[in-house]
Design a protein around this ligand. Structure first.
Ligand SMILES: [Mg+2]
Ligand SMILES: [Zn+2]
Length: 190
């Protein structure tokens, strides 16, 4: 069985974007709005080189909310891959939940449920107990715990300090620090 770093996307790999119509910082809706944090590609390269699979698990409810089309979200994903590739980094897979319970019947994949992580585990033969879930919200940490992963919380750089109600196994400044600590053996679960 394999091990993976399961990555929330928005706030971990790329910045949230301010949109005037919702007066909120949220997921990028268009490729031109996607900004990958400068130290993310190197962090992903290091994790990949150390044998970790890199799998994105991300809620993208803007389709259900009618704010984005599937084509737009596919274009944002393609832009993410292109920006990573231009810096020599790549993902091994990405799993998105496009649902939202206010607009459709509840699904089993929207974090904090573990559905995306379980799907990733099935397709990549993961030992979830050996995997890390990295996210910037309690929702990510709850999903990681529900799937039986170890969890690390990172701080979305420009986000307001969020009140944590769920304890992660580790807290890191960002993905680069997570990678540094994981690969230097200074991360301990629990
Ligand atoms: Mg996030
Ligand atoms: Zn879903």
């Amino acid at each position: 069985m394999k091990r993976a770093v399961l990555l929330d996307r928005d706030g971990v790999l790329n910045a949230l974007v301010w949109y005037a119509d919702t007066e909120a910082r949220e997921s990028p809706r268009f490729p031109k709005d996607l900004y990958v944090f400068a130290n993310v590609p190197a962090a992903l390269r290091r994790l990949h080189d150390a044998g970790w699979l890199l799998l994105v698990v991300s809620n993208q409810p803007n389709i259900a909310k009618g704010k984005s089309t599937r084509q737009e979200l596919d274009a944002v994903h393609a832009e993410l891959l292109a920006q990573l590739a231009s810096h020599g980094a790549r993902l091994d897979g990405a799993y998105y939940c496009f649902h939202h319970p206010d607009f459709k019947a509840p699904c089993t994949c929207r974090k904090p449920q573990p559905g995306l992580l379980l799907q990733a585990a099935k397709e990549h033969d993961l030992d979830l107990a050996q995997c890390w879930m990295v996210g910037d919200t309690d929702t990510d940490i709850a999903a990681g715990h529900a799937a039986g992963c170890r969890t690390a919380k990172v701080r979305e750089p420009r986000g307001a300090a969020r009140v944590s109600t769920i304890a992660a196994d580790a807290t890191c400044a960002d993905l680069a620090q997570f990678a540094e600590r994981l690969l230097s053996g200074t991360l301990r679960a629990g």
